[in-house]
Design a protein around this ligand. Structure first.
Ligand SMILES: Cc1ncc(C[n+]2csc(CCOP(=O)(O)OP(=O)(O)O)c2C)c(N)n1
Ligand SMILES: [Mg+2]
Length: 368
């Protein structure tokens, strides 16, 4: 039966209990937006209007939306290749088109993907190797887990300056066996730095399954070794991710130091679109079907209907869930989502490429 309260009487209060129905519906819209970004780019590439490798966040959107939703604009993030929507989802609650929002605009992110002059990376890369000091996004590096020490340093400096910023670092489970992963979290733990390490445990790192990466059942237990909290979130459930990340954020902001939040999910497709066909060969079919069976959009809709924040008819108005990029069309998404992304895509397509002479800029230092 539908109930009007967010709180289950058997449970203690959770961060989600303070969310309004409008905020929860906004979370669903942001899930649609992250999904639409993914499928739209795949379609643009198939149409021949886009080049470069795409790394899909399909099926993992609840981790991005749920973890970013409760942050302040002044908090820092460090996304990696699986998190492209994070660049525009940051501080989105300040208004999607608000020029003062402390996140990248959809135009900037699309221009980046199209490799255009006005993009943050100015055509040096078509994906996530970007950052911004003013937007408080730590520049992503290809050396996975390498952003964690940088993130620790950034919030250490912020603390010394009297700030209260926390940093969320996003990491695939595949990067967690790196030495720098341990060194950086240990350093953050010893100095009680507000570093929250999100593990997007999607079960695969390229062609390597988790059991060849670490021997624990729950990765979050690694936190015991650093003497910090290790939380497990259902990565398909945006509200569960929100709860766990906000618990870690409150812990960090209060000066108690870092946490690890393991979000259990599943990589729906190949590592990148260059790997899609091969991924179907090295991954058991049953495992893939099972892994894709709890679409975060469907999970969120069921919750909204159960809470009485959305009618069944409203929930069925747009049906993007459980559909691949080849099956889904624009009518499966809210109009505002399609319109917003159209603005980014049009801007990117119209923007010029950088001049060739620019290629050498910022590479060599000019000497007299
Ligand atoms: C230190 C390091 N080793 C190897 C690579 C090459 N590489 C890029 S992505 C990737 C897989 C990463 O898997 P995971 O961390 O689980 O993230 P996912 O792609 O599953 O989201 C690898 C091995 C790298 N970028 N950095
Ligand atoms: Mg992985």
């Amino acid at each position: 039966m539908a109930t009007k309260t967010n709180k289950n009487s058997n449970e203690q209060s959770r961060p989600r209990d303070l969310l309004t129905p409008q905020q929860m519906r906004e979370m669903l819209t942001q899930l649609y937006l992250a999904r639409y970004f993914d499928v739209r780019l795949i379609k643009e590439k198939k149409r021949g209007r886009l080049r470069g490798t795409l790394y899909s966040s399909h099926n993992q959107e609840a981790i991005l939306v749920g973890s970013l939703f409760g942050l302040k604009g002044t908090d820092w993030i460090s996304p990696i290749h699986r998190d492209m929507p994070a660049f525009f989802l940051k501080d989105m609650n300040a208004g999607w088109r608000n020029p003062d929002r402390i996140g990248m605009t959809i135009e900037e992110v699309c221009a980046q993907v199209w490799g255009k002059a006005g993009s943050p990376g100015r055509a040096r890369d078509n994906w996530s190797h970007i950052g911004s000091k003013s937007k408080r996004i730590i520049h992503s590096t290809s050396m996975l887990a390498g952003t964690i020490p940088a993130a620790a340093g950034v919030v250490y400096a912020d603390r010394l300056d009297g700030g209260d910023a926390v940093v969320l670092t996003f990491n695939g489970e595949g990067s967690t066996a790196q030495g720098i992963f341990h060194e950086a979290i240990n350093f953050a733990a010893v100095h009680k730095l507000p570093v929250i390490t999100i593990i997007e445990n999607n079960q695969w790192a390229y062609g390597t399954p988790t059991h060849l990466e670490y021997s624990l059942e729950d990765f979050a237990r690694r936190a015991d070794g650093y003497g910090i909290p290790g939380l497990i979130a259902d990565g398909q459930d945006v509200l569960d991710v929100y709860d766990k990340v906000m618990m870690a954020v409150e812990h960090a902001r209060a000066g108690n130091g870092p946490s690890i939040v393991e979000c259990k999910t599943f990589r729906a497709y190949g590592h990148g679109d260059h790997d899609d066909d091969r991924a179907a060969k090295y991954r058991p079919k049953d495992e893939v079907e099972e892994g894709r069976s709890r679409d975060p959009i469907a999970v969120m809709k069921r919750q909204l209907v159960a809470l009485g924040h959305m009618t069944k008819e409203e929930a069925e108005q747009h049906l993007a869930e459980n559909k691949g990029a080849g099956e889904v069309t624009d009518i499966d998404f809210p109009e505002e989502v399609v319109a917003y992304l159209n603005e980014g895509v049009q801007y990117a397509i119209k923007s010029p490429l950088p001049e060739a002479e620019e290629g050498g800029m910022w590479v060599f230092k000019e000497v007299e």
